[in-house]
Design a protein around this ligand. Structure first.
Ligand code: CAA
Length: 240
């Protein structure tokens, strides 16, 4: 039987690219989405990948949502924590709500989804958790104390859970994408974005498929000795 993968925020942007790549690899793929019903329906119609709606920042909703997926589709073997939002603004203009929503969804979502799926992977002796961080969690970014903190937290979360999963055959890795051609990046003011692109050595934004190929590798058997690592896919924007 094909392994089951769930991709949060899987119906748009980078998540959509990841779903398509994992499907191409032969996995049974399920997408979670938070809000855009119309896009989710179009996604399912085009890909045949079921889309389940819940807020990854809601702990109980993740437990119930994953239980439903497991009952209807099968045990979840691969979790891709991709869902994320931005609420950009400099600290002096950022509200507490802008801060806490980004932490709740981007970082809290990883905890909630891992709580729902890691115990089963551990029991079955095989699993893959791939968390989508960001270049801005590695390098910081003007106007993103909330997002950079959440994404940086994802990198720490990854290393800690990797240590817990290792002896049970569960690998936990992160990908740190750079600026990728999605709605999220399109929301960056044009003059600011032009300056950012000018500092990307390969001279372009990434494509969702650039990130998806990294996820596919980390989800495969070929990556079974890789855990607790971060793969940077950013066109050379940040190297260390
Ligand atoms: N470094 C230093 N100064 C900067 C700066 C930077 N990177 N960016 C802006 N500034 C300065 C501006 O030059 C300006 O200074 P002056 O007033 O002296 O001219 C001042 O900050 C205010 O800039 P704005 O006019 O842009 O201010 P604003 O309040 O309208 O907007 C902002 C501020 C919301 C941070 C806006 O600049 C912005 O959206 N920046 C982009 C943030 C970004 O990169 N977000 C990434 C989203 S995509 C993503 O997150 C995906 C991923 O993982 C990569």
């Amino acid at each position: 039987m094909a392994r089951v993968a769930i991709v949060t925020g899987g119906t748009r942007g980078i998540g959509e690219g990841i779903c398509l790549k994992l499907q191409e690899m032969g996995l049974t793929v399920v997408a979670n989405f938070g809000g855009n019903e119309q896009k989710a329906q179009a996604f399912t119609a085009a890909t045949n990948i079921p889309a389940y709606k819940w807020d990854v920042g809601d702990h109980q909703a993740c437990l119930e949502g994953c239980a439903r997926v497991e009952a209807e589709i099968g045990p979840i073997d691969v979790l891709v924590n991709n869902a994320g939002i931005t609420r950009d603004g400099t600290l002096h203009k950022m509200s507490f709500d802008d801060w806490s929503e980004v932490i709740r969804i981007n970082l809290g979502g990883c905890f909630n989804m891992a709580k729902a799926t890691f115990p089963g992977m551990r029991e079955r002796g095989w699993g893959r958790i791939i968390n989508i961080g960001s270049v801005n969690g590695q390098a910081g970014q003007y106007g993103q104390v909330n997002y950079a903190a959440a994404k940086s937290g994802i990198h720490g979360f990854t290393k800690a859970l990797a240590q817990e999963g290792a002896k049970f055959g569960v690998t936990v890795n992160a990908i740190a994408p750079g600026y990728v051609d999605t709605d999220m990046v399109a929301a960056v003011p044009q003059p600011v974005l032009e300056k950012i692109i000018a500092n990307i050595p390969v001279g372009r934004l990434g494509e969702a498929s650039d990130i998806a190929r990294g996820v596919a590798f980390l989800a495969s058997e070929d990556a079974n000795f890789i855990t607790g690592s971060t793969m940077s896919i950013n066109g050379g924007q940040h190297m260390y």
